[in-house]
Each structure stands twice: as structure tokens, then as C-alpha cells.
Design a protein around this ligand. Structure first.
Ligand SMILES: [Zn+2]
Length: 489
């Protein structure tokens, strides 16, 4: 400004909105009853040049701005105002902008010239249609098919590595070393030391947005958590999962597959910290030697959920115990929510190879456990399947809000290492290939077929399209509002 001496000539704003500017210019010219030629004459420019300005296709020079403001009898500031002059002008701007959008242009419609005689309600209509077109064209993060494919892909990688991730084990061990962990279940104090070790502070709040388990303010390095237990997602598990993203150097997820991989890795990190390889492996090897392997002991020694203990077992089994195994989490109706195998178990799949959302065999232990006299006790079973017999242990974790069965299974010959191998429970299953339980028994079907109308319960969270966004399912407005609220504390 100083270069202009005492004259109050504003410099051209760097972020001048050319479309708004053009609309204001046209509006001012028309309300003064001038044609493009009239105005052109007064400022010494060709009408075509002014037309380019009005259409937002050219940036005005500062000198031209001054002459335009004089010709129109307004100040330069008013000419440059970012406020569109009227609803009419707003609509014209909106229609103009819409027509520049590639989504709009892909419709191959002829350019609509918004003349004076196009009524406002027509413009309102076009703007309304365009907004909806835009909304529908925003690609969701993943279609159910994409999500399932990403999931199937990840499971294949897990199987290939025996569900053991060396780099994450190493990161977990470094974290444990940093706080002087020496054995047993981790104390709350040790977990808090980990948070401090990585330069974070922890805040417990009551107003955490509903769509998240935790929020991290990376600018102020603050972790926000709610002090409550959600089944296996106890506060310390959530805390370690959150910390895991930073310890493992995760960036913003590129796509759904990346989001999924990061989540699996963070969960792995949390489990590897809570059930450390360094102490859990000798413990499990001792139990195997004593032929007394059991998931519930692992759960009790490390004070974790049954699900986490069973899942952690799959991480260490192949690498350190020379065992192949499988893991399933399913609900009461037999729908599979999570599954892993490297022991040859054949899961039901859809045509993308996905297992989640499929219903597993009625005779598998994860479904039989719900029918057992005490569904919350540990349930053991042998199951004869088309490609061999498995021994499984299943348990319904009573601490969860919804009843899920957790199954850990091994091929028949490996049952000798496990507690519960003497069970007399035994079923036969031909699923998913042969005639088994998918179709009802012929006699029953004959009596009822065609005389029933069941109304299905939707499994929305397994099967529906995933919500869009960088972090699928997270309400970003809620999260930002939340951070605003707490940032000054
Ligand atoms: Zn079956």
C-alpha cells in the first residue's frame, strides 16, 4: 500500500472471486441502464473485453477497476465486494458456476446463457437440480463390493503371513521397553507412560462425538477418550489402538483398503502391547507342553477380553507354537463378522470371496454354543467337515452389548494340546458344499413351503454401503466442533 503514497487504492485481492466480480459488474451496469458498448466507451475498452470480465473469464487490472468504479459511480471496494448483489445475481452466479463443473459438462448440454428474461424460479430449479447432481456424483468411500474385496484381500495377506506381523511386534516391544515392562498384565500407569513417551497427553471427556471411539488433536498432541467400557473396546484398548496409528506412522488413509489396513494394524499393535510376545510366547509354550492350552487362561493372565485373547492366539500360534488354526466372531443368527483361518477351514463366501455377512453352518460350534445349556460357559466341540475334522472352543462373551460367539479352532490332530479335548460334543457339517443346513429338511419344507412370509431383519452395518469421508463413518463436523470446544482448555 505504501507504494501508492497517500492514495487509497486497494490492491487487487489475491483471492478475488472472478465469477462474483463479473456478476456484480453486470448487475451494476444493468441497473444503470448501460449496454456493454456504453460502458466500454466510458472506460476506453472494447465491449468484448468487458464481456470477458462479466463472465468471470478475465482478471481486471487495477487501473481498469478504477475507471470502472468511476463510470458506474461506486467505490472500488464496493465493486470488489464478495457479496453477490442480489438473489437474482446469486442465482446467475450459481448457474454460471454449475455449468463450469466437469460433472455438469459431462451431460453435454448446450451452454445456457442466462439472459434477463430467464425467470428466477427457472434458475432456482436449475441450481436445485445441479446441487443434487453434485451430491450424487460424490463417490462414497467404498461400495459394499469394494469393501468386501478389500477385506478379502487383507485376509489373504494375513493368511500368507500366519497372521504374524513382525514390524508391529517390534514397535510394540519398543513401546513396552520404553516404559520398563517386565511381565504380567499391563498396569494403567504403564499405559499412561506410553502416551507420555510418545509426546501425547490424555483427556477424558463426556462429550466425545458419537461416531468415534477417540479423537486425537495432532496439533496439540492430545488424545480424547470417553471413560467407559464398550465390550472388548475398553478405554485402554482404544487408547492403545489410537496410539498405534501414530507409532506405526499412519497418514490419512488413501482409500478404503488403506483405511482397513490401518485399522487392522492399530488393533494388532494394541493386542501386541496388551499381550506381549516376549512373555506370552513362553507362557503359551509352557501350556502347550503341559497339553493345557486355553484361551481363557490367556485372557485372565493379561486381563483382556476373551475375543482379544483368542485373536492374539492366532498371531502367535503359527510362528511360535507350530499350530495352524482359525478364528470366527459371529452373532446369534450365525452371521459372520470377523474370520481368519490358515488351517484349511472352508468358510461360506459370496462371489467376491468375502466372508463377512455370510451365515455359517448351523452345526459349527459358534452356533451350537448358543444352543448349549449354559451359553456363557466355555463350549468345546468336534466338527466333522467335508475336508476333515476340527476341534473348536467357542465362548459367548457376556460382557458385550450384543451376543457374539468367539471361536478358536484347530485341526483334529492338534486338539491334543488343548484343554477341553475330551469333550463328547460332536457334529457333522457338509457346509458349504454339500447338502447340509442351508436348505430346510424335505419333510419340514413340504409342510410349510409357500405358506410363510418372514420379514427379514437387516444387517445394515455388514452389508450396506459404507459412509463416505476420509475416515469412513466419522462425522467430521462433530469432530471439529468437539476440538473447537476443547482446544482452549
Ligand atoms: Zn451346515
Amino acid at each position: 500500500m505504501a507504494y501508492f503514497g497517500t492514495e487509497e487504492i486497494p490492491s487487487l485481492p489475491g483471492d478475488l472471486d472472478l465469477v462474483t466480480f463479473g456478476q456484480r459488474l453486470r448487475h451494476l451496469r444493468r441497473t444503470r441502464g448501460m449496454t456493454l458498448s456504453d460502458l466500454g466507451e466510458r472506460v476506453g475498452r472494447a465491449p468484448s473485453q468487458l464481456s470477458l470480465l462479466e463472465n468471470g473469464k478475465r482478471e481486471p487490472k487495477l487501473s481498469l477497476l478504477t475507471s470502472l468504479s468511476q463510470a458506474l459511480g461506486v467505490s472500488v471496494e464496493e465493486l470488489l465486494s464478495r457479496q453477490p448483489p442480489s438473489r437474482r445475481a446469486q442465482l446467475e452466479i450459481a448457474v454460471e458456476e454449475a455449468q463450469r463443473d466437469p460433472v455438469y459438462q459431462s451431460l453435454n448440454l448446450p451452454h445456457l446463457k442466462v439472459g434477463k428474461r430467464v425467470p428466477n424460479d427457472v434458475l432456482e430449479h436449475i441450481v436445485g437440480l445441479y446441487d443434487e447432481l453434485k451430491r450424487r456424483s460424490v463417490k462414497p468411500t467404498a461400495t459394499p463390493e469394494e469393501a468386501r474385496r478389500a477385506n478379502a484381500d487383507l485376509r489373504r495377506q494375513m493368511r500368507e503371513r500366519g497372521n504374524y506381523f513382525e514390524a508391529i511386534e517390534k514397535a510394540a516391544q519398543e513401546t513396552l521397553d520404553a516404559v520398563g515392562y517386565s511381565g504380567g498384565a499391563l498396569s494403567q500407569g504403564q499405559i499412561l507412560s506410553m502416551v507420555t513417551h510418545y509426546g501425547f497427553t490424555l483427556r477424558y471427556v463426556q462429550d466425545l462425538p458419537r461416531s468415534v471411539r477417540s479423537v486425537t488433536d495432532t496439533r496439540n498432541r492430545r488424545l480424547y477418550l470417553k471413560r467407559e467400557s464398550l465390550g472388548m473396546h475398553s478405554p485402554r484398548t482404544i487408547l492403545l489402538q489410537t496410539l498405534g496409528h501414530f507409532v506405526l506412522g499412519h497418514g490419512q488413509p488413501r482409500d478404503f483398503a488403506d483405511f482397513l489396513r490401518q485399522r487392522v494394524e492399530a488393533n494388532y499393535f494394541a493386542a501386541a502391547v496388551l499381550i506381549p510376545e516376549s512373555t506370552a510366547v513362553p507362557y503359551l509354550q509352557g501350556a502347550k507342553k503341559a497339553r493345557d492350552l486355553s484361551v481363557e487362561d490367556l485372557r485372565d493372565v493379561y486381563s483382556v477380553s476373551y475375543e482379544m485373547a483368542a485373536h492374539r492366539f492366532t498371531n502367535l500360534a503359527y510362528r511360535h507354537l507350530d499350530l495352524v488354526c482359525h478364528f470366527i466372531r459371529n452373532d446369534e443368527t450365525g452371521i459372520i463378522y470377523k474370520a481368519y483361518e490358515n488351517d484349511g477351514l472352508i468358510f461360506p463366501t459370496d462371489d467376491t470371496g468375502a466372508i463377512e455377512g455370510q451365515r455359517m453352518c448351523r452345526y459349527w460350534s459358534g452356533r451350537q454354543v448358543f444352543a448349549s445349556p449354559d451359553r456363557f460357559s466355555i463350549y468345546y466341540q468336534y466338527t466333522d467337515k467335508p475336508n476333515g475334522t476340527h476341534w473348536c472352543v467357542a465362548h459367548v462373551d457376556p460382557s458385550r452389548e450384543k451376543n457374539f460367539a468367539i471361536t478358536l479352532g484347530v485341526p483334529y490332530k492338534e486338539s491334543r494340546w488343548f484343554r477341553g479335548r475330551e469333550t463328547t460334543n460332536r457334529t457333522q457339517s457338509n457346509c458349504p458344499t454339500g447338502e447340509c443346513c442351508v436348505r430346510p429338511p424335505a419333510e419340514l419344507a413340504a409342510r410349510w413351503e409357500g405358506q410363510v412370509w418372514p420379514s427379514a431383519r437387516a444387517h445394515s452395518h455388514v452389508l450396506s454401503a459404507l459412509p463416505s469421508g476420509t475416515f469412513p463413518g466419522v462425522d467430521e463436523t462433530d469432530v471439529y466442533t468437539f476440538l473447537e470446544r476443547h482446544a482452549e482448555e
